[in-house]
Design a protein. Structure first.
Length: 127
C-alpha cells in the first residue's frame, strides 16, 4: 500500500489542470473543442486547443506558469494569428479569468460585479 501526499491546494496549476478547466468552460459555453489526445502523429508545435464557435476560432497553446513556448509552437501561433477570425495565443493559469470571459463571449462588454464587488466565473469540471 503506497501513501500519496495530498495535493497542495496552493500548488501551481499544471498544464493538464488548465486544460481541464478551459475545455469544461468551452463546452459549457457552446464551443466545439479539439484537443489532440496523443500528439505523436500531429505536426510539431500545433496548438493544444482548437476551439470553434459562431465563426470565431481560438487556437490556444496552454502552458503552466513556468512552461516554455517551443520555437515550433510559436511558429504555429504566428502563422495562425495572420488568419482573419483566428485568435492564436499562449494561455497560462494567470490568464484563466480572461479565458473564461473570452469563452463566455463577454470580453468586449464590461463585466457585471456581484453585490460584494467581486466578479465570479464558475465553470465546473465535468466527469
Amino acid at each position: 500500500m503506497s501513501k500519496r501526499k495530498p495535493k497542495d491546494a496552493l500548488a501551481p496549476m499544471t498544464e493538464r489542470e488548465l486544460s481541464k478547466h478551459i475545455i469544461a468552460a468551452a463546452k459549457e459555453c457552446g464551443w466545439r473543442c479539439y484537443h489532440t489526445f496523443l500528439s505523436i502523429h500531429s505536426p510539431a508545435g500545433f496548438p493544444d486547443l482548437f476551439l470553434v464557435r459562431n465563426g470565431k476560432v481560438l487556437a490556444w497553446e496552454l502552458k503552466s506558469d513556468k512552461g516554455k513556448v517551443l520555437p515550433a509552437q510559436q511558429e504555429w501561433l504566428d502563422a495562425l494569428a495572420l488568419v482573419p477570425g483566428i485568435e492564436a495565443k499562449v494561455v497560462r493559469p494567470a490568464d484563466l479569468e480572461e479565458a473564461y470571459k473570452i469563452l463566455a463571449g463577454v470580453l468586449a462588454e464590461p463585466p457585471s460585479a456581484t453585490t460584494d464587488g467581486l466578479i465570479q466565473y464558475k465553470y465546473p469540471i465535468k466527469g
